[in-house]
Structures are given as C-alpha cells and as structure tokens.
Design a protein around this ligand. Structure first.
Ligand SMILES: *Cc1c(COP(=O)(O)O)cnc(C)c1O
Length: 414
C-alpha cells in the first residue's frame, strides 16, 4: 500500500483496513448504482433528450421544451404523473413549503407521522418560533405522532387520529438532526398502504430529502401522492447549482405550480436561467454520486465504530438515506471534526467553521461545507446543531479519497 496522504502509517492503515472490510458492502452499493444508471439512461433515451433542450428561453419562458422535458423525466424517474423542477425553488425547505401550503387550506389538518419534522420545517409549520406566514398562523391544524421505539410507524394511533379534517399525512424519510432508528422501506410501504385503504382521500406527502437513489425499492412508492426534495442534495448530482423538485399527482402538482407562480399560470411559465443542462446532467450522474456518498458514510461509520463511538445508522443497518450521524464526546470534539472536514475540502479549505445563527433554525448550527455549490450537502459536508448530545451529521462526497483523507486526519488527531 502506498501512503501518499501525508499522514502517519498508523492512521493510514487504520482507515485502509476499514475500507477493505467494507468490500462486500461496497459491492452491494455498486449493484444499486448499476440499476439506477441503466434506469436513468433508458428514461433519457425514451424522452429523446437532445442538445437544444439545454437552451433557455427568456421573459415568460413559454415553450421551454428542455424545462418541460426535465419535469417529464423527474416524473418518470420517481413514478409519478407529473413534476415541478425549478431552479427558482430555493431549497428543500422551500420545496416542502410549496408542497404543503399549496394543498392545505384554513381548517385542514396536517399530521406528521414521523414525529417532529426537520428543524426548518418546524418554523414553516409554526411549532418553533413565530415566523410570519407559518401554517399554524394561517389556521391550519397540526399534530404529530411519534415513530415507535423500533423505528416503525405507529399505524394504530395514526388510523385513530385521522378525522374529516385531516387533509395531509406527512412523512419525513431521512433522519434529519436526530438519531432515532429509521423505518424500513417495507414498513413505509405497509403504513402508507394501510392509511390509503382506510382513508383514500387523505393526501400522503413526503419529505424525500437525502433518500433518492439510495435503495431500489425506495424510489417507487405507490401510495404516496406527492413528494419533495432539494437539487443540492442527491438528485442534483453535485451539478445542479440551485433548485428543488416536487413530484406527484397531476392535480397536486398543478396546485404547487399555482403556489410557486400564480393561479392560472400553471407550469407553463418560469425561467430556468440556463440551468437545463446542469439539472439533467446532474440527475444522470446522481446514482454514481450517491454511490460514493454511501460508501463514504459507511467508511465514516466503520472508522468511528472501530474507536468505540456510537454511529447512526450502525454498519449493518440497511441505509435509508446518505446521512451518517456520529455521537461526539464533547462540543469541542464536534467542532474539531467539522474543522478537519472543512480543512480537507477542495473549496474554502482555509476557512474555519464556527457555530452561528442560520435562518430557519432555532439552535446555532455549525456547517463544514467546502463545496463548489454553496451549502451543497451532496458534496462532502458535516453539520450539527449545537445542542446535547453533540452529534455530527456527515453526508455526501464527490470522491471517496477526500473522506479517507479526512478520516486519516481524524484518527491522527484523536
Ligand atoms: C436538508 C433537509 C431539508 C431541507 O433543507 P434545506 O436546507 O432547506 O434544503 C428538509 N428535510 C430534511 C430531512 C433534510 O435533510
């Protein structure tokens, strides 16, 4: 083995050995990548993607054929009738807000059945802070049902909580800033099927952030009505420079487009600002990028586990998203890990991340993201709310070698 990482042989070997032990798991991930790469290639061929699709329109942007094709492709990839994929959707939170606020009216009830949603969504809903325009302030009723200790859905409580007012059942697939055990795809499918059998008119809406192209079964959810995510996470494949997506039933997507633009305008307007190519190319390579991100997460889990840190998910757990959470021993250690991540990144390596206020979050956040796209967490990034128990959330990665260099430096430091 040739150590050109510039670390001690001991640290080098520690990480290399972990990598070798993951060989079988990496093979499984490669099979998932192979499936999605072929699926995407076929969808691109069927939709006759062509050079002129990458051109952008001006003004109202009627007849932006490339834009419309991107949305058809997103719908095909995730198995939905329609999609809204726009660089004008500023983030995952924005996409999810559009999805929820488009379908919920005063007096309607929203039930989150995966416990408290991701931090920024709590500001959107109105359970944290009192931000102007939050859903509760507009007369939307809201309640939460926790997942069971096992990570499974509490289907009994869900079914008995649904009333005439219940319009949306909300499911967050990835862990967010939490270390609870995650439900499996079959548990998700079982729960949504049961809900739909008993209440066919309830809309099942999903926060799909970080879950795209992670598992073959996970990208085909027949009982889900609408789903949203970020293009600077998995499906942007590190190339999309901004944006979010919503996929779902045709009528719901029309409502979402009316919410983003204006009633009557539908999806027929809206500039893509020259991003058609990067959005399509990013989607096309996304399974390969997700594959690297998953290998990186596994390697982080393996190395930290070797030194007796608690890791979520554990190495043997089936992964539902690209996030690897690691329980740090102290706030200082958490900050130190983020510094090592930042210091060994291709962009802004000389910058020191410090915890601070971020819009939408109630706690100070530290975020190491030495990324080409600002804040992109499909590129290698490490972040955490500064609150006990000090857990750092690591995800993404364009190259596995960057993760190895970071891990070798972490081994060296600790
Ligand atoms: C990242 C994320 C979001 C949205 O976050 P943005 O930073 O607004 O893109 C929402 N839910 C979950 C679970 C997430 O991981």
């Amino acid at each position: 083995m040739n150590n050109y990482y510039g670390v001690s042989d001991k640290s080098y070997r520690a990480v290399k050995e972990c990598e070798l032990e993951l060989e079988a798991k990496f093979k499984e991930l490669d099979a998932i990548k192979e499936f999605f790469n072929i699926k995407l290639l076929k969808i691109f061929i069927d939709n006759k993607v062509k050079d002129s699709d990458f051109e952008s329109k001006t003004g109202y942007c009627y007849d932006d054929i490339g834009r419309d094709k991107i949305e058809k492709i997103y719908a095909d990839v995730f198995g939905f009738e329609d999609a809204l994929v726009r660089p004008a959707i500023a983030s995952g939170t924005h996409a999810i807000y559009i999805m929820l606020s488009a379908i919920l009216n005063t007096g309607d009830e929203l039930i989150s059945v995966t416990g408290a949603p991701y931090d920024t969504l709590q500001s959107v809903i109105g359970t944290e802070g009192n931000q102007a325009g939050n859903l509760i302030s507009k007369g939307i009723l809201y309640s939460e049902i926790e997942l069971k200790e096992s990570g499974d859905f509490d289907t009994h409580t869900i079914l008995s909580s649904i009333t005439d007012k219940t319009k949306v059942i909300y499911i967050q697939r990835s862990r967010g800033y939490s270390t609870h055990k995650n439900f499996t795809i079959s548990q998700l499918k079982e729960a949504t099927k049961t809900i739909k059998e008993k209440h066919k008119d309830v809309i099942i809406a999903v926060d799909n952030c970080y879950c795209e192209f992670v598992s073959i079964e996970g990208d085909n959810l027949p009982d889900v009505d609408i789903m949203a995510g970020s293009l600077i996470k998995n499906p942007g494949g590190t190339l999309a420079s901004s944006g979010g997506y919503i996929v779902g039933k045709k009528k719901l997507i029309e409502e979402a487009a009316s919410r983003l633009y204006a009633p009557g305008l539908k999806k027929e307007i809206g500039s893509t600002f020259g991003t058609n190519r990067s959005i399509l190319q990013g989607l096309y390579i996304a399974p390969s990028i997700v594959n690297t991100a998953l290998k990186s997460s596994l390697l982080f889990a393996k190395v930290f586990d070797k030194y007796n840190y608690s890791v979520f998910p554990e190495i043997e757990e089936v992964r539902q998203d690209i996030i690897q959470a690691v329980s740090c021993k102290s706030k200082d250690e958490l900050i130190k890990i983020c510094e090592i991540v930042q210091g060994n990144s291709p962009v802004d390596s000389f910058v020191k991340p410090i915890p601070s206020y971020m819009p939408g979050y109630e706690y100070d956040i530290i975020m190491a993201a030495g990324t080409f796209i600002q804040g992109s967490s499909i590129e290698l990034s490490a972040d955490a709310p500064i609150r006990e128990p000090y857990t750092v959330y690591i995800q993404g990665g364009i190259t596995l070698e960057q993760s190895k260099l970071i891990l070798m430096n972490i081994v060296e430091k600790f």
